[in-house]
Design a protein around this ligand. Structure first.
Ligand SMILES: NC(=O)c1ccc[n+]([C@@H]2O[C@H](COP(=O)([O-])OP(=O)(O)OC[C@H]3O[C@@H](n4cnc5c(N)ncnc54)[C@H](O)[C@@H]3O)[C@@H](O)[C@H]2O)c1
Ligand SMILES: [Zn+2]
Length: 348
């Protein structure tokens, strides 16, 4: 098992390993004086993994809340359900919320914990590859609102994150592939050694891959906790990816959309002479080897229109993350017209 320290304002550990969740009972007393624990999970994860977790947590007043799975339930109504549960079970400010699930469960359990009594403690036990390598680290919480993703939320750092890779063995293959898109993203942001690991097989090297991604995310978010600068690098592939996801009415999954976004922006940068030749081919081979799509079903104009309406866009420009060399990307401020020209280089 590996322990990675995330050096945000309040430091915390991420434990990574097969069976790492067994560490939880002995870690808890040093982290919290909670008497009551609420485990928030969803109806896919609960039958597979909730009983084993509950069995470990003796000596506490234990509660659980099983949410319906899926992004369509990531809204304020569900937050009210979590808050109602906390209130009716008599939770006080010393008590603890534990998320057991993917990014949807994690983002909502953390958001509810961040506002109940102005913030109670939270531990995240992510059970998808995406949640282990991405959403569980960094302290962003939230829900979708008014048709916009993650537009209502807060920053709330966890006390502890446990990435137990044993959970990943029950993931549907398409959900595993979604997480692979984020893993590949980290390699092309700035991690050549991770790319070598990916070449040797993500599943075959899962502990090393998850650790490496958590270290990368931890380093980037610790340097920019409030998301005003370098953290934007984590959006490689996401400017186009989010637009693809939204234009498909969320029928294209986040991971597939990010794969398409990575491919489009890399091809466009290379075409415009902003990126060394060969990066796009290497990226395409890596995405394909991990069962991810490349082809973008939308044209440059449609993508741009959607990007313009995104919440992260301010004024008439946008920060785009551009690959510049193999495993090296940079943040580039450009106008919408420049971005449109760039995209038109590779899309109709
Ligand atoms: N907070 C952040 O910084 C951040 C970063 C990236 C993504 N996100 C958010 O994460 C969410 C996506 O997360 P996700 O991809 O984990 O989706 P998800 O939570 O919807 O999980 C995907 C599916 O897998 C199921 N599942 C989870 N674990 C399982 C397991 N071990 N075995 C079998 N099935 C399992 C879930 O029930 C669900 O149906 C989005 O809402 C996104 O906005 C947040
Ligand atoms: Zn993502």
């Amino acid at each position: 098992m590996k322990e990675i320290r995330i050096k945000t304002t309040r430091e915390y550990s991420v434990l990574v390993g097969h069976g790492a969740v067994a560490e939880l009972p002995q870690r808890l007393p040093a982290l919290t004086s909670a008497r009551r624990l609420l485990i928030v999970t969803d109806d896919n994860v609960a039958p597979l993994h909730l009983p084993a977790l509950e069995q470990q947590l003796t000596g506490y007043e234990l509660h659980h809340l099983v949410l319906p799975h899926g992004e369509e339930h990531k809204n304020l109504d569900t937050i009210v359900d979590i808050l109602t549960c906390l209130k009716s079970c008599g939770f006080d400010r010393n008590d603890l919320v534990i998320a057991l699930g993917g990014g949807v469960v994690g983002d909502m359990a953390a958001f509810a914990a961040s506002i109940y009594m102005r913030g109670i403690s939270f531990i995240n036990i992510p059970t998808t590859l995406l949640a282990q390598v991405d959403s569980s680290v960094g302290g962003k919480t939230g829900v979708d609102f008014g048709g916009a993703k993650n537009i209502v939320g807060s920053f709330h750092q966890p006390l502890l994150v446990i990435c137990d890779t044993a959970y990943l063995s029950t993931l549907p293959p398409a959900v595993f592939a979604d997480g692979c898109a984020e893993v590949i993203k980290y390699a092309f942001i700035d991690d050549a050694e991770l790319l070598e690991l990916i070449d040797r097989g993500i599943a075959a090297n899962i502990e090393a891959v998850v650790s490496r991604c958590v270290e990368n995310k931890g380093r980037i978010v610790a340097g920019d906790e409030a998301d005003r600068g370098q953290r934007a690098l984590l959006n490689l592939g996401h400017t186009v990816g989010h637009a693809v996801e939204a234009l498909s009415d969320y029928q294209i999954s986040h991971g597939s959309a990010v794969a398409i976004g990575l491919h489009v922006i890399t091809a466009a940068a290379e075409q415009a002479g902003l990126c060394e030749a060969g990066v796009q081919q290497r990226l395409a081979a890596t995405l394909s080897a991990n069962n991810l799509p490349l082809a973008c079903p939308y044209g440059a104009e449609a993508l741009l229109e959607r990007i313009r309406s995104d919440k992260k866009v301010s004024g008439d420009g946008i920060s785009v993350i551009l690959p510049q060399k193999m495993c090296s990307s940079r943040i580039e401020k450009m106008s919408f017209d420049q971005l449109l020209t760039l995209l038109k280089g590779v899309l109709a």
